[in-house]
Design a protein around this ligand. Structure first.
Ligand code: 6GU
Length: 516
């Protein structure tokens, strides 16, 4: 693909290295088709001298009585092909049109110096469904030309030697398609391209700021949904569905709109998600990405798909491996690797995980990269294979089974954790958020908050009214993440790892209140 066409490759559109009017020539067998260009902004720009639009009838360059523009395909096949000799005569003429000097060059228009002026940039555009895709990047590029000549083909297209000849003679030639569908001719496509290009020229659009914010520019996200008065219309009440927009808090409104742009793009245009530049995403964007099934790990060239789902039998080996890999990251530095290994062998063994998987009082959730993670060139060896597990969480409810036993591996609930009654005033339930771990390579990519939100949601569904956890006293990063998710510190506990006593902070949250 053409570099121009990569979403996010350019910042705000900055066309027009040239500063004279943009000369547009359209050659067609249906000149009347282009009459609509006299209307609207484009007509105004023409009238204002910002554009110089000329529409030509291709048949003016025929010499036979029937004004023939097409012939049968050499080699056979259906349809007709447009004749290169007629197109050659037309394009030679149009591409030689004198262009007005740019205003800046008017002062130095001495004949001697005129020779040193850069040649005008003339571009031949051939619309064809077989062309490269015309995108906003293409429009930004073409808006910087001095002359655009559009050669509208009909029937099966224009003899391929026409494009070849002009490219070989040094003309900039672009064969462009406006999308993956077939039109009867290039005229409608040219209307599309001219509108997209012309509005990027200085002065054509009333409000240049509206260019900057829109779709397909900026971060490469689709535009967020927009609303106007009345606030309630046909039962759709923005006060209920979009309270943030009515809050007057502009930072929150910006964040909310950006989140909506991310989720809209994730749903409608996964192809654009896969091309986002992580360098243009802030922490809020990353979190929104992750909530919508994508993750942009630090150092990765592009976001990759992420799936958060219940753990399955088939995950057990990889899950045990992940658990063993991530547990040491959360341990205080005074623990020896032997102590940590001893803890993992008992509490995070494949058997323990298998027991949890089979226990309805335990919700085990995993974060998976279905497509894996390609190696970023600057950090070799960090790639992950398709289907890699990169995070997990475990919620263990404090309820008895038929034999009157608590779930395996449930830590004793610290006395500082009270169990409020449910929303209906009965049946409170405690659960331990036993684990939320993320592969160190995907730190700060929004996976932990997503797993946390998922765990709180699952706990709410289970009827849990006190979701509690213990996390190492020294691990401020973890405590901050839990606080962000709504957990509050209620006390401390001692926790043994491989026979060594560690001090934990105890935090708690009522999922019924959080999820309400
Ligand atoms: Cl540029 N021309 C035609 N005939 N069909 C198209 C197209 C162009 N772009 C998409 N379909």
């Amino acid at each position: 693909m053409n570099r121009l066409d990569q979403t996010g490759a350019a910042a705000a559109p900055s066309p027009a290295s040239a500063s004279g009017p943009l000369r547009l020539d359209v050659v067609t067998i249906f000149p009347d088709y282009l009459r609509v260009l006299d209307l609207s902004l484009i007509g105004r720009a023409h009238a204002d001298g910002l554009l110089d639009l000329r529409v030509h009838d291709l048949r003016d360059w025929t010499h036979d009585r029937h004004r023939t523009v097409d012939d049968t395909p050499i080699g056979g096949g259906a349809g007709m092909v447009m004749k290169p000799d007629v197109w050659g005569a037309a394009l030679d003429n149009v591409l030689a049109a004198p262009l007005p000097a740019a205003p800046a060059s008017a002062e130095c228009a001495e004949p001697a110096e005129a020779a040193s002026l850069p040649a005008p940039r003339r571009v031949l555009v051939i619309p064809t469904p077989s062309g490269e895709l015309f995108t906003q990047r293409t429009a930004e590029n073409l808006a910087g030309a001095d002359q655009l000549v559009f050669a509208c083909g009909r029937y099966e297209g224009i003899d391929a030697r026409v494009a070849e000849h002009y490219a070989a003679s040094g003309v900039e030639v672009h064969e462009l398609s406006i999308g993956d569908y077939v039109l009867n001719g290039g005229e409608a496509a040219v209307l599309v391209m001219i509108e997209a290009i012309a509005r990027l020229r200085p002065g054509v659009l009333g409000n240049p700021e509206s260019i900057v914010e829109e779709s397909h520019t900026g971060a490469g996200l689709l535009e967020y949904p927009v609303y106007t008065r009345p606030v309630a219309w046909r039962g759709l009440d923005l006060a209920a569905t979009e309270p943030v927009l009515l809050s007057g808090d502009h930072a929150r409104i910006d964040r909310h709109r950006r989140d909506q742009a991310v989720s809209r793009t994730a749903v409608r245009r996964p192809d654009l998600m896969a091309r986002l530049d992580p360098a243009r995403l802030d922490a809020g964007d990353r979190a929104a990405l992750t909530r919508n099934g994508w993750v942009a790990p630090a150092g990765a060239a592009h976001p990759v798909p992420l799936v958060v789902r219940p753990a399955l039998e088939a995950d057990l080996p990889a899950l045990a491996d992940l658990a063993a890999r991530t547990f040491p990251d959360a341990c205080p530095s005074f623990l020896t690797s032997e102590q940590i290994a001893a803890h993992i062998a008992v509490n995070l063994s494949p058997q323990r995980l298998a027991t949890w998987l089979a226990d309805p009082r335990v919700v085990l959730t995993v974060a998976e990269l279905p497509d894996g993670l390609p190696t970023p060139p600057e950090v070799p060896g960090t790639s992950l294979p398709p289907g890699a597990l990169v995070g997990y969480s475990a919620v263990v409810a404090e309820s008895l089974d038929a034999a009157g036993a608590l779930p395996a591996g449930l830590d004793p609930r610290p006395p500082s954790v009270g169990v409020p009654t449910g929303p209906d005033g009965v049946g409170g339930l405690a659960a331990e958020l036993s684990k939320v771990y993320v592969d160190a390579r995907l730190r700060a990519s929004g996976i932990a908050p997503t797993l946390l939100a998922e765990a709180v949601c699952d706990a709410a569904t289970m009827g849990v009214t006190a979701l509690w956890l213990g996390t190492n006293d020294a691990n401020r990063r973890a405590q901050k993440a839990y606080r962000r998710a709504g957990f509050r510190k209620v006390g401390t506990r001692t926790y043994e790892v491989g026979g060594e006593r560690c001090r934990d902070v105890v935090m708690v949250l009522n999922p019924q209140e959080t999820v309400a």
